[in-house]
Write a new protein. Structure first.
Length: 118
């Protein structure tokens, strides 16, 4: 058996982002003609997919926020109606729970509005 001192060098390259550095990009194209176009097409499709997902997320978020505000406002109106009826029937104690519900709903709409402005 031959036990000579042997050395082995290893090199690892890494990069971040959708595309490799220009010199590696050229090597891909040199090794496999058309590879650069395929890599670019892959990066473009990935970017388009990401943008579509972000657009859907933003639209859904806005839709849910709007629906929440509408439902909160409706609950507040119903609670205020109950408060008014309770007061007109001379039962102010019965107006306490709807008052709390109305104030909670209106304050949540106001707080959400302030948070969105930031």
């Amino acid at each position: 058996m031959n036990n000579k001192n042997q050395s082995q060098d290893r090199m690892a390259l890494s990069f971040s982002g959708p595309l490799p550095p220009a010199n590696q990009f050229a090597e891909y194209e040199h090794t496999l003609p058309g590879a650069a176009d395929r890599i670019l097409a892959l990066a473009e499709k990935e970017m388009e997919h990401r943008h579509q997902n972000e657009e859907v997320i933003v639209k859904k978020s806005m839709s849910l926020g709007g629906k929440g505000q509408i439902f909160s406002f409706i609950i507040s109106l119903i609670s205020m109606g109950i408060i008014l009826v309770s007061i007109l029937k001379n039962q102010p104690i019965a107006a306490i729970a709807p008052t709390i519900i109305a104030l909670t709903g209106l304050s949540s709409v106001f707080i959400n509005f302030l948070n969105k402005r930031k």
